[in-house]
Ligand binder design. Structure first.
Ligand code: TXA
Ligand code: MG
Length: 351
């Protein structure tokens, strides 16, 4: 298949003509990758089981891992969900459109092929002007996982999508780099107490401010062992994984820097190609070489923004092992550490 690549010239002034063909592809059961404010998504008609199936094929994704249905405005929600619980209404008012996904009891029109066999459906209303307008023009809810090959870091630039999806899907819309860089926050509002299933840019602190009590699914905090079943099935897979073996180093900054320098030197002496993930604040503490600055501790949103691109960069450079600094686990740090821990396969060293 030849993948058509469409470049959006001005995101702040999206022209419907640039999106009409993409909308038509979605309506007729094809696949289109498009930018959102979090990461690039791989879209298909969420109500068409055959189309949803194509997403699983293109990504090489296990079919029990459900998809998020994307809508463009509140009026499109009741068609998909049996009820809108109070918590869902409050969060929608405050954070939609935006980087928040909510789990609702699903209506029968949403096929099990989209929800991975579950009776609930994940819904998100993206704020990105290209994503939002595309969904509106398509006239159908758009199922869209991140547009990466399953297991690889999520795509934050069109080039990442081209790497993984070229030749496998009908169209890629290039809207430049995304803003946030980590996937949406997922909150299950279908039960008694709202539960955080995946941390993102809408932080736990923000959710609690709006809702009061919010529970956290244990799968967010650590590796999933045999007897824990994450409520978001996708959280159980090794994710975001760079090809190299990655070690996340936690502790006092001075000790972290010393540990990383020592281990990097030893690995290099053993003939391994080493990568180091550091920050603006610490870059001068390491020898020049395969350093990637992930962002600035003072502005954690820069760390989220660069995270997946840095992991892909190390794949490109074919390093054998990566040592990474860690971050605090509050606010946006929770989402950052969740992705880094998974990338490291929970190989965390305390120093
Ligand atoms: O930011 C995002 O959410 C991006 C952009 C494209 O919108 N999408 C995204 O999709 O990250 P994906 O498929 O990579 O992640 C969806 C997550 C998976 O962990 C999946 O298991 C969970 O949402 N999920 C989907 N439907 C669910 C449901 N009914 N119940 C629980 N978890 C669900
Ligand atoms: Mg994903």
């Amino acid at each position: 298949m030849i993948t058509k690549i469409v470049t959006i010239t001005d995101k702040t002034n999206v022209n419907d003509e640039e999106l009409r063909e993409a909308a038509e592809i979605l309506r007729s059961g094809g696949l289109v990758a498009f930018p959102t404010e979090t990461v690039y998504g791989l879209g298909a008609n969420a109500l068409d089981e055959t189309a949803a199936k194509k997403i699983y094929e293109a990504k090489g994704r296990p079919s029990d891992n459900p998809l998020i249905a994307h809508i463009s405005c509140m009026e499109e929600l009741p068609a998909l969900v049996k009820e809108i619980p109070e918590a869902g209404r409050k969060l929608a008012e405050k954070y939609w459109p935006g980087p928040l996904t909510m789990i609702f009891p699903k209506k029968a029109v949403v096929p099990y092929g989209t929800t991975g066999g579950l009776d609930t459906v994940a819904v998100r209303m993206p704020s990105d002007p290209v994503a939002n307008r595309l969904i509106r023009l398509a006239g159908v809810p758009v199922a869209a996982p991140s547009a990466n090959t399953s297991g690889r870091p999520s795509p934050t630039k069109a080039e990442h999508v081209i790497e993984d999806m070229n030749g496998k899907i009908e169209m890629i819309i290039d809207g430049g780099e995304v803003g946030i860089g980590v996937e949406s926050t997922i909150v299950d509002v279908s039960g008694k107490v709202p539960t955080l299933l995946r941390p993102g840019a809408i932080t736990m602190e923000m959710l609690e401010e709006t809702l009061g009590k919010v529970e956290v699914d244990p799968a967010i905090l650590g590796p999933v062992s045999g007897n824990v079943r994450p409520k978001a099935p996708g959280m159980k897979y090794r994710h975001y994984a760079p090809q190299a073996e990655m070690t996340l180093v936690e502790g006092d900054m001075q000790a972290v820097v010393e540990y990383i320098n020592r281990e990097a030197k030893a690995a290099k002496a053993a003939g391994r190609k080493v990568g180091i993930i550091c920050t603006e604040e610490s870059r001068s503490c390491y020898p020049e070489g395969i350093l990637e600055v992930i962002g600035s501790r003072e502005h954690e949103e820069t760390v989220a923004h660069n995270l997946f691109a840095v992991l892909r960069e190390f794949d490109e450079r074919q390093v054998d092992c990566i040592f990474s600094e860690s971050f605090s686990r509050d606010r946006l740090g929770q989402a950052i550490m969740n992705r880094l821990c998974k990338a490291a396969g929970y190989h965390i060293v305390e120093v």
